[in-house]
Design a protein around this ligand. Structure first.
Ligand SMILES: [Zn+2]
Ligand SMILES: [Zn+2]
Length: 120
């Protein structure tokens, strides 16, 4: 991903960002329709890339969540460079996570090393 390929989107800075978490083995978004990750084009899935020219509207659903959970297994969306290794889906501990957007995938990372996780 290079910076000059990043398309221009609408200014979403007026919408607050929220802290996503892993809770009970699920990716949890604490936001609502006013949160930044709930603003995306109304065409919803018709276009693979945003912005696509369609108007951004508020949604009840976080756009990140289905990307993280999409493969059906949290392990597939986990970026192990956070030092948390070899966890199975149901074994992901609760904790605050950040996310990164790849070419056509999303990864999450723990912000702080969760307790009880082996460090190797
Ligand atoms: Zn569109
Ligand atoms: Zn969200």
């Amino acid at each position: 991903m290079t910076e000059d390929e990043t398309p221009e989107g609408p200014d979403l800075t007026g919408f607050p960002e929220v802290q996503h978490r892993i809770e009970c083995g699920k990716f949890v978004c604490p936001g609502d329709e006013n949160s930044r990750c709930h603003q995306y084009p109304g065409c919803d899935g018709e276009h693979e890339r945003w912005p696509c020219g369609c108007e951004y509207v508020s949604h009840a659903e976080c756009w990140i969540k289905p990307w993280i959970e999409g493969p059906g297994n949290l392990a597939d969306s986990h970026d192990e460079s956070d030092g948390v290794y070899a966890l199975r889906n149901e074994e992901f501990p609760d904790g605050d996570v950040s996310w990164v957007y790849g070419e056509d995938y999303m990864l999450f990372q723990y912000i702080d090393q969760p307790e009880g996780v082996p460090s190797e």
